[in-house]
Design a protein around this ligand. Structure first.
Ligand code: HMG
Ligand code: MG
Length: 286
């Protein structure tokens, strides 16, 4: 039996947040319910962010209330501030995520705060959440390149990783938000982060703008990373990151990892069906 790699499905959040068409809540629920049968251990389903900033995610509470929760699956939600944490708690999210940036330009565009201001805000959120027994993931966006500031020094990513770990995040997801990272840049970034964080708390989050996402997965695998985020149908992008194309598609990631001999535990037919559903949602097909 090969080594296990966890795929965290982020399509219902990181995918759908970027869709121009306002997707009806029942379509989101149907997608999550199908994904719940695919073998994922974690699915990111909602964001408790400002609906003025991301209208597409305004129905997070309804999505979490409407899904059929499946044993063994944890449902995650993004929380930018205390208000978001309260929303996620009320909706009974199993795990929350805060999301910082390694670059100032994206931090300002995505959170209306400098990196240091955002970390100060997250500190309160993470401490309150962990005191409540909630598991907290910390995202770092723009780990190699920023749409506003250009290339991002690995040392900046390490500083943010160290801060997220110190406040109590139990996992750090390293996001190549605009999909411009080369394998060399990803490797240098990982080397810097590994000076401050344990390998088993790291996840790789690659977008496939330049067709290098699987190469970047390989670099991260070689470094020892065993958790990766992806979205069925390759959905996604970020509304505040111009040029960010879709997430790495779960179908492609699963096939790649399986070919390499890793065990993902996913049911490929169900994942493929969810990918078709996601693509139809994108085109308004219901
Ligand atoms: P702000 O405008 O500076 O702050 O936004 P504010 O406190 O003035 O809030 C603005 C309005 O939103 C107010 O309403 C608040 O009450 C309300 P008003 O008084 O004007 O009527 N508000 C909220 N409503 C509901 N839930 C909340 C909440 N907070 C405030 N939690 C803020 C600051 C952080 C709120 C805003 O910038 C924000 O929501 N940003 C989130 C943007 C976002 O979701 N981006 C996409 C996710 S990140 C991503 O995709 C990258 C990632 O995937 C990794 C990768 O790919 O690399 C994670
Ligand atoms: Mg993303």
């Amino acid at each position: 039996m090969g080594e296990t790699v966890e795929i965290v499905e982020v399509g219902p959040r990181d995918g759908l947040q970027n869709e121009a068409r306002l997707i009806p809540t029942d379509e989101k629920i149907a997608l999550v319910d199908l994904l719940s049968c695919a073998g994922f251990r974690r699915i990111e389903v909602a964001s408790f962010v400002s609906p003025k900033w991301v209208p597409q995610m305004a129905d997070g509470a309804e999505v979490l209330a409407g899904i059929r929760r499946t044993d063994g699956v944890r449902y995650m939600a993004l929380t930018p501030n205390m208000r978001g944490l309260e929303g996620a708690r009320a909706a009974k999210a199993d795990e929350i995520a805060v999301f910082a940036s390694a670059s100032e330009g994206f931090s300002k565009a995505n959170l209306n705060a400098s990196v240091i201001e955002s970390l100060g805000r997250f500190d309160g959120v993470v401490r309150a959440a962990t005191a409540d027994g909630l598991t907290v993931r910390g995202y770092i966006s723009c780990v190699t390149d920023c749409p506003f500031d250009g290339p991002v020094p690995p040392s900046q990513v390490a500083v943010v990783a160290s801060a997220l770990e110190a406040m109590g995040c139990n996992e750090i997801s390293l996001g190549d938000t605009i999909g411009r990272g080369t394998p060399e840049a990803v490797d240098a970034m990982l080397e810097a982060v590994l000076n401050v964080a344990e390998m088993d708390m790291l996840a790789g989050h690659f977008h496939d703008t330049s067709g290098r996402a699987l190469d970047n997965v390989d670099v991260a695998l070689a470094r020892g990373v065993r958790i990766f985020d992806s979205a069925v149908g390759g959905l996604g992008g970020c509304p505040y990151a111009p040029g960010a194309a879709g997430n790495l598609a779960t179908e492609a990631l699963d096939a790649h990892l399986t070919t390499l001999g890793y065990v993902t535990g996913l049911n490929r037919a169900v994942v493929a069906k969810a990918g078709r559903m996601a693509r139809e949602m994108r085109h308004g097909g219901g």
